[in-house]
Design a protein around this ligand. Sequence first.
Ligand code: COA
Length: 629
Amino acid sequence: MLRSINKVSGFKGLFLEPYVTSMQVSCNYASAKSNVNVQNLPRLPVPKLKDTLAKYLLTVRPFLNDDEYAKTTTLVKDFEQGLGKKLQGLLEKRAEQHVNWLEDWWLNTAYLEYRDPVVVYSSPGLMFPCRKFNNQNDQLQYAAKTLLAALEYKSLIDNDKIPLEMMGKSPLDMGQYKKVFGTCRIPWEKRDKLSFNSHSRHVTVIHNNHIFRIDLWGEDNVVLSEEQIVKQLKKIVELSSTPNNEGIGILTSENRDNWAKAYQLLSKDNTNRESLADVETSIVVLCLDAAAGLSKCADDDARRTLCGGQTIHGGGSKSNGGNRWFDKTIQFIVGADGLTGLTYEHSPAEGQPIAVLTDFIIKFIEQNKGGASASSSPKPPVALKFNVTTEVSNMIKDAKNNLDKLVGNLELNCFQYNKYGKNFIKSQKLSPDSYLQMAMQYAFYRLHKVPGAHYESAATRMYAGGRTETIRSCSIESVNFAKTMLNAQSSPKEKNAALKSAINSHKNYTVQALQGLGVDRHLLGLKLTALENGIDLHKLYSDVSYTRSTHMRISTSQVALKSDGLMSYGPLVPDGYATCYNPRDNDVNFATSAFVAHPDTACSKYRNALEQSLQDMHDVLLQNTPSKL
Ligand code: COA
C-alpha cells in the first residue's frame, strides 16, 4: 500500500531535512534513520535503464491496443536514447552520494507531502482477535497488558535483541523497528514532519475524546505493575465519564493542510503547545474505546468487518473517531466490547514490523507475562488541557463532518476464506503469494472484463533503508489466464497451463522487485531527478501507457501474521479495490475495501468473485493432480 505517487504534484526540489525535525523532541537521529548504514547492508541499486524500459513495455501491454502500443514503443525508444540517458546518469550520481537514493524522496513524496487525510487514504488498521470482556475491569486489564507487552518489545528493540530477519541468506534492514515507538507525524503546510523520541517513558491515553498522560515509570524509576496501570486507567475513566465534544483528536483525521492550519492556531497557546508535545513525545497512544456494536454482529466475518472499520477510522465522530490521535505511529485500541487492535500511521514503517509486534503482543498476553516489578511511587495520570478558540471549535465541527463522509464512503468486507490455505498451494508446488495474487487478477477480470492495474508491495529491506518496490501483478499472462478460465471452450489442461504461466510470471516479477529491480521506483527516481534539476518531464510520463498502468485499481499487500489478526486499508483510486491478506496454513484472511461513491465497484461482489476464483483455481489444479482440500 502506498500513497499514489501519481498524485504527487508540485515537487519543488530537494528539501532534505533530518528525519526528526520537531523542536521539542529529544532526538536519536542516528538510530532512527537508516542513512547511517549500521548493518552494513548492500545499497539499493539503480536498475539499468534498458532493463526497466523493456520490463515497462511488457507490463503496459495489457492496457493498450496495437496502435497505442506502437506509439508507446516509439516513446520508450526516444526516452532511452535521449533524456532518459541523462537522467540515469544524474540518478546514478545521487546513488553514490546516498546510502539509499530513494529513502528521503519516498518518505516525502509518498507520505509527508500527501495532503489527503491519513485516515482511510494512508493509515492501515490492524485488528487483533476479538476478546470477551465481562466488565470494565477486563477491558482495562487487557489494555494494561497491551502496554506492558509493548514496553517489553520496545526494550528488545532498544537493546537490539529482536531476531534479525532474513530473506533466504540475505539479512533484512531492521531500521523500521526503531521507528515505531515514540514517533509522531506533525501536520505542516505542504509537507508534514516526523518527530521521534527514543527516550520516551510515558503513554497517551484517550477516553471519551479526553486526552491523558500516564508515566509508565514511577518516581523511583521502576516500571508500574499491571495492577498499577489498571489503577491509573480507572482514574482516567472516572475523570472522563462524559464525552468531550471539543476533543481535538478528531482534527488529526483531517486533510493535512486543514489540520496544519488548526495546529498552528492551537500552538499559539502555551498550554496547548505543552499538551501537543506531550502526545507527540509519548511512546504510543492507547484508545480506550466505547462499545462499537460487536455483540450485534451475526458472525465472525461481520465482526472482522466491524473491527476493520474501527481500526481504520474509528467509525466516525459519533462512534470512536474522535477518540484517536491519528498522527501517532501506533495507537492501540481496546474497546469496551472486546474489539482490539491498532491503527498505524504509515510513514515511518511498513506493515510487516507492525505485524511482528502484533504477534508478540498477542503471545505475551496469552502467556500472561505481566511485569514482575511494581513502583513504590507511581505518578498520577495527568489530563492534558487544550484551550480551544471559536475558530478551532469550528474546525473541529468541520473535521467531524469530513470524517463522517469518509467513513460513509468506505465499504469494507473482511473475511476468512477457510477452504484451504498455503499448505494446499504449496502441495501443488506453487508460490502461495503469486497464486493469491492471480486469484485477485481473475476476480477483477471476472467482474469488470478489463485488465486491472494491480499494485503489490514487495519489501526491499535487503538493502540499507529499503522499503518497498511495486510488483505489477497485472501481466499478459494474468489476463490470458483470466480469459482462459472464463472461456467455456477452454479445456482443463489449457486452464491449468494458463494458471501456471500466470503464477510463474508473477513470481518472476516478485523476485526482481525484491531485488529493487521493478519498474515503478526507478521511473519515480528518474521523474524526481528531472523535477529536481528543472528538466521538463518526458512525454512518456503523460502517455496512456503510464497513466493506465499506474492507475492501480487493485491495491494489495500481504501482511503475514501468525495470529488470527488482519490488516485493512482503503483503495488507492476512486474506482479501485484494496485487498490486504494474511495467508495462513489452512486459511486466508482477507480485508477488502472499495469506495461507496463509485458506481463500478462493490466490495461484496468483489468478495464473491474472489471466493469463486479461489474455488475455480483449486478445481482446475485438482483436475490435474487429485488431492484433498
Ligand atoms: N512450491 C512450494 N512451496 C513454495 C513455492 C513452490 N513453488 N514457492 C514458494 N513456496 C513456499 C516458500 O518457500 C514459503 O515457505 P515458508 O512458508 O516455509 O516460508 C511460502 O511458500 C511462501 O512463499 P511465497 O508465497 O512465494 O512468498 P512470500 O511469503 O515470501 O511473500 C512477498 C512474497 C512479496 C509478499 C514478500 O516477499 C514480501 O515482500 N513481503 C512484504 C510485503 C510488505 O511489505 N507488506 C507490507 C506493506 S505495508
